[in-house]
Unconditional design. Structure first.
Length: 127
């Protein structure tokens, strides 16, 4: 419930109009790719979460282009979620996973446009 309440305060028409159109394009390409894989049941929720992320990016992160994100910015977003929104550890992990898959998409599918971008979210080694 706190997520939807806070969503209403950060996601405003004024802020959404200022979202970097290149970021919107990247997110829409990612969501389209998910639809191709028949993951449509979670598209609406993911889209809503991306709007929260992109609005945070506008308000607190100088509206940076997604492929310029570094670990610090990801951590700032997740810390904001905990401190300002009261996100649980499950919610933080869900948002981190969402961003991780988006960053992987940029690395895998948009490599020609952003050849120097690397996923800023650390991965644990698989042993």
């Amino acid at each position: 419930m706190s997520k939807s309440n806070y969503r209403k305060t950060i996601v405003t028409e004024e802020v959404t109009k200022r979202i970097n159109p290149r970021n919107t394009r990247i997110v829409n390409l990612y969501l389209k790719k998910l639809q191709e894989k028949n993951i449509s049941h979670s598209i609406v929720k993911r889209k809503s979460d991306f709007v929260i992320f992109l609005c945070w990016n506008v308000k607190y992160n100088d509206n940076l282009l997604i492929p310029t994100f570094r670990k610090t910015q990801v951590n700032n977003f997740l810390s904001w979620g905990v401190q300002e929104c009261g996100w649980s550890s499950s919610r933080v992990n869900a948002m981190k996973s969402l961003l991780n898959t988006l960053f992987d998409f940029v690395v895998d599918f948009l490599h020609d446009e952003y050849p120097t971008f690397h996923n800023p979210i650390e991965r644990k080694s698989k042993s």
